[in-house]
Design a protein around this ligand. Structure first.
Ligand code: LHQ
Length: 260
């Protein structure tokens, strides 16, 4: 069974974590599958949006804790797994100038929760939940959790979620601003497909630079951000999609964006 299922249809690269019996926990094969999908997403202009979800009842339970024999092992270097797999993955997702939608279909724990938060637009089924499980096994949040959580939820909520490891329901995640939307379970696939298809038919360059501008703003002053907006606007203003957008508006029709 392929640990990550990948398919491209109408501009959307669908990526499904596929180890349902382990709640899609990360192991090297999952990481390899994700790295390969990212390589495609970076290289292929036909890919205009990514949609990530999980097979079965869970989204992702984080690192596969059965992969190592913890009793037999001496002191372990957990940093090397982050350096090899998780950190490059999060950096590539963040830098990809294309939207990444995440449909959290069930529990997202540990690195699985933070992998979801590293996506650009996160939807979750009402029955899904997010658990900063790290503290329960004597670790600290990784996979970008200490970066994303305080920015999304604020310092108090981030601190309490990380220190208690308490389960955050999808409804509270929406209320806290940790995710975009919580939807009924039966609507998750429909709603995430709808958003992904619309993004894949959108002005890809503009979407990519919106992502860049919004993420960059977190570390910029207003002056720096205004300069950046000027530069990005200059760039998209030269694109075919801008021309098409304005022409379609004036002709009172829907624009047909090509992603250029
Ligand atoms: C699992 C896992 C799992 C293997 C469920 N592994 N089998 C860490 C270390 C090193 C380097 C880098 O980074 C990291 C980052 C991390 O991600 S640390 C955090 C790792 N994840 C966790 O601590 C979460 C562990 N899982 C759970 O707490 C629960 O399974 C949750 C709350 C996710 C779901 O609970 P339930 O819905 O009650 O399901 P379950 O516990 O019965 O799990 C179903 C099966 O999945 C079960 O297998 P079994 O054969 O008994 O049916 C679990 O053993 C397996 N599974 N998580 N991480």
């Amino acid at each position: 069974m392929e640990p990550v299922l990948v398919s491209l249809e109408a501009g959307v690269l669908r990526i499904m974590l596929n180890r349902p019996e382990k709640l899609n926990a990360f192991n090297p094969a999952v990481h390899k599958g994700l790295a390969d999908a990212m390589t495609r997403a970076e290289a292929e202009s036909a890919i205009r949006c990514l949609l990530i979800t999980g097979a079965g009842r869970g989204f992702c339970a984080g690192q596969d804790l059965t992969e190592r024999n913890i009793k037999a092992a001496g002191p372990m270097d957990l940093g090397s797994g982050l350096e090899t797999w998780y950190n490059p993955l999060v950096k590539r997702m963040h830098a990809l100038e294309k939207p990444i939608v995440c449909a959290v279909n069930g529990v997202a724990a540990g690195a699985g929760a933070n992998f979801a938060l590293a996506c650009d637009i996160v939807l979750a089924a009402r029955s899904a939940s997010f658990i900063q499980a790290f503290v329960k096994i004597g670790l600290v949040p990784d996979c970008g959790g200490t970066y994303f959580l305080p920015r999304l939820a604020g310092m108090q909520r981030a601190m309490a979620l990380a220190m208690t490891g308490d389960r955050l329901t999808a409804e509270d995640a929406e209320r806290y601003g940790v995710i975009w939307k919580c939807v009924d379970d039966a609507q998750l696939a429909v709603e995430s497909e709808r958003i992904s298809s619309a993004l894949a038919a959108g002005p890809t360059r503009s979407l990519g630079l919106i992502k860049k501008a919004i993420y960059t703003s977190l570390d910029n002053t207003l002056d720096q951000q205004l300069d950046l907006e000027r530069d990005l606007q200059r760039e998209v203003g030269k694109g075919e999609d801008y021309r098409e957008g304005v022409t379609a508006f004036l002709e009172k029709r829907k624009p047909v964006f090509k992603g250029r």
